[in-house]
Ligand binder design. Structure first.
Ligand code: AKB
Length: 310
């Protein structure tokens, strides 16, 4: 059976890149992208879909004979704090409605991303295990953690083949993040190239788990293609790429752009970052579906600067 894929939230930082990867892999005719706004560049079949509109999503599933869904629409951590009730509606309510729809429409596999935002001040900060205490401090984190619990519930109760990854901060040259706490790690490259200057909204020593876009896309597709019998985690898999501080990423860029300057002016996002962890134990992803990251900070910086300079 051909995969017939619907992507919800295809214009976002990850959606933009994942949509292209899915078209390359499964063919233009099998990939249907959607978002609440037209994309800047159309790379797949596209239609406007609001993730909170269950009926319209149901129509799209029928119309395109969809059997696989990537549900990427969400409001991230920093923007979420500005409008908690809207964040809950989009991140939580729409996710539960979608899981219902997946059962009703007999969707074969659904991907739902979680995040390091589910970790909180009482979570072990170093090598955070797969199963530990979670006490997220943002509405985004709470919505992702409850989404994980619903995913597990829908799998147990209805046999829904739902798969998920706890994404670290994602860095890529292809697209910009919007409203997250880890956004600085993308903005810093743009600042270095355009102005040789970056004003960082986190403190110099704030270490966070991060991952390069190439690794994120590969991890997502590898998880979705793994045989169901190998998936032992139905909440969401811990996934590790690399960990660094703003000062470390600054130094890795400065090695290529010697007159690059930085200032640190932490804002409300510092508190969010401090509630998260520093590094992740992803041994379950490694064992279950052979996950292995390829990019460390130095290779990522070289690749980012090469692409952005072009
Ligand atoms: C954010 O910073 O909110 C996101 C995330 C870690 O999920 N990038």
């Amino acid at each position: 059976m051909d995969k017939r894929i619907l992507i919800l939230g295809s214009n976002g930082q990850i959606g933009t890149v994942l949509t292209k990867a899915l078209v390359d892999r499964y063919g233009y005719k099998n990939v249907f992208a959607s978002d609440i706004r037209e994309p800047k560049i159309q790379i797949a079949n596209f239609e406007i879909l609001d993730v909170t509109d269950k009926n319209k999503i149901a129509e799209a599933i029928d119309k395109h004979q969809i059997n696989t869904i990537y549900h990427l629409a969400a409001i991230l951590s920093a923007n979420g704090e500005k409008n908690p009730s809207l964040t809950w509606k989009i991140n939580h309510d729409a996710t539960v409605n979608l899981f219902d729809l997946c059962v009703e429409k007999k969707i074969v596999t659904v991907f739902f991303p979680s995040s390091i935002a589910i970790y909180g001040p009482h979570t072990p900060k170093i090598n955070t295990p797969q199963y530990t205490s979670f006490n997220p401090s943002t509405v985004y984190g709470i919505s992702k953690l409850t989404g994980e619990m619903w995913a597990e519930y829908y799998h147990k109760r209805y046999g829904l083949d739902v798969r998920s990854i706890r994404y670290p901060g994602v860095i890529g040259w292809q697209s910009l993040p919007e409203g997250g706490t880890t956004d600085y790690a993308v903005e810093i490259y743009h600042g270095a190239i355009k102005n040789k200057y970056y004003n960082c909204f986190l403190k110099a020593g704030t270490k966070l788990p991060m991952i390069y876009m190439d690794d994120v896309i590969r991890a997502t597709i590898e998880l979705m293609e793994a045989p169901a019998s190998r998936i032992t985690v139905r909440s969401s898999y811990n996934l590790s790429g690399m960990s660094f501080t703003p000062q470390e990423i600054y130094e890795s860029i400065k090695a290529h752009i010697p007159d690059f300057k930085i200032d640190y002016n932490p804002d409300f996002r510092q508190q969010i970052a401090e509630s998260w962890n520093e590094s992740i134990d992803d041994s379950m992803a490694r064992n279950d579906w052979d996950w292995k990251p390829k990019f460390e900070l130095e290779e990522m910086t070289k690749d980012m600067l090469r692409h952005l300079s072009n």
